[in-house]
Every structure is written in C-alpha cells, then in structure tokens.
Design a protein around this ligand. Sequence first.
Ligand SMILES: [Zn+2]
Length: 326
Amino acid sequence: MKNAKILYIILIVTLLVGVGCAPVSTPKVEEVPVEEAPVEVKPVVYASIYPMYDFARKIGKDKIDLRLIIPPGAEPHGWEPTAKMMMELEKADVLIYNGAQIEMWIDKVLGSLSNESLIVVEATKGIELLKYSEDDHDHEYEDKDKAKDAHGEYDPHVWLNPIKAIEQANIIKDALIKADEENKEFYENNFNEFAGKLTALDIKFEESLKNRKRDQIVVAHGAFGYMAARYGLQQISISGLSPQEEPSAAKLAELTKKIKEYGIRYIFFETLTSPKLSEMLAIETGASTAVLNPIDGLTAEDMKAGKDYLSIMEENLDILIKALGE
Ligand SMILES: [Zn+2]
C-alpha cells in the first residue's frame, strides 16, 4: 500500500517534470552551439566476472569505459549471456574473462562474435592452475564424467591468492596497453600501485594466520583452493567447484563428522547463494555461521557500499582469524 502510494507520487512528479521541461529545454538545446572540444574516445572494456572487472578498474581507472558482463547479485557459475549482451560485445574493444571454465559460455560467445578488432584476454593464460582436489570429492558425483564435463577439472578461483591476482592483473594491464598504447604509462603506474597493495595483502594474510589453532575451513563451494594452498589451510567444501552441485546425504553426514572431529567453530556461507546448507550443518554441530566471500560476484548492496576485492579480502581475513583462532 505504502509502495503503491510512493509509486503514484513518483509517477505524478515525473509527469509534471516532463510537462514542465519539454517545451522549454528542446529549443534551448538547439540554440546552444555544439562544443568542438575533442571527445576523448575511451576503449570499451567488458569484464566477465567481478574480480576481472575490479582489477581492470584499478588499472584503467577513468581512461577506460568499463562494463561488467555478469550483473551484480548473479552467481557466475551457470550464468548465460543474453542476446543483448552479444550485441553489445560486437561493439566492444576489449573482452576480459577469467578462463579455467568459470565462464562456461565463453567458447560459444567467441565463436559467434564477428567483432574482428576485439582484443580477447584470458586472465588465467600461462598461470599455473590447481586441479580441483578434495579428499572426499570423488564420491559426491553420481556421474563422474558428466560432472567433469560440466565443471572442468581445474579450479578457476585463481584470484583468491593475492599473488596470483597480481599475475591476472598483469595480463589485464597488457591488454589495456594493447588497446590504448597512448596511456601505457598510466596503466603501468596503476598496475604497480595495485600490485603493491596485493603484495601487502598477501603478507598480512601470512602474518595474521600464523598463530591459528586449526587449518580446516568449511566453505559453501570449493572456491578457496588457491587461498588454502597459499596459506597452508585445508578446504572442506559443502558443494563442489560450482555452488550448483548439491551434496548427497552421505556427504553431509561425513561433513558433520569432520566438523566435530576437527572442532570447527564456523561454517562459512556466501552472499550469492542460499545459506541453507551451512546453517543446517551449524545447527547440527553447534558451530556458528559467517560469510567467507569467494568474490565470484558482488551483491548490488556490496557494490553500492563501495566494497571491492581488497576490502572483501580484508573482511575474509578478519573472519578467518576469528574462525581459526578460537
Ligand atoms: Zn565459484
């Protein structure tokens, strides 16, 4: 009722403003001479998932026209591009994607685009990838080959190791220079500044997690392999590499057993998927729940609040210190 009233007021105001302005502003526009100042043509850069977008933003800043392909709030695993997005990509200068099969749609899209000048960047190219491994990983699939086909055998969540994130940012920097050679120095300086912050973040993770009581983290989906490998943690994931994978009853029972065995105090959940399973395991084991964000994507609220890769990694570190130290 209240919403309806607000909508009604907005409608009335819009109509009044529309009626009020239209006859006045139209001739005005024609009278003002068009300014001849050269329009700065910025490269139009599309980034598939949020980490690629954020890295490109840190390097390109106001010199690029940056757009995020997968909208805020959407879970990138299993996302499909729209026809409208395909049309937009035909006019793009640069397309940055992570690779390692988190964008299951990329081959199809690249195969059907006729944009011949498009600079396509795979931000995991040449980076050593981890094979997805978890002790009890094998028997969670009903059809192993099908699962492999659907999710790939490599872990795509490279950005969760800040040092690998530097490698990814470096690949993105090179692509921006290729698209806009004139601003080479600008991109290089911004990259160096960002790489410095990532190095500092890595040191902070290393130092802060030194005096922990346990190594195990129970996470919603298997996104934290690179982080775990970097800092000596052991990832136990509720779903598999993709949040779409539903754990079996047997797997849940095994998880409950492990949580009790390791004395795990926190079961992590994510912002883009349902916390249901994490909550259920927490109730069953007497643990608490908290967010550990894989930064696959941001919610619209987090975007609005100005959060980014660095601030979320700091939040991740804070909860890891708490969860592993208690
Ligand atoms: Zn993921």
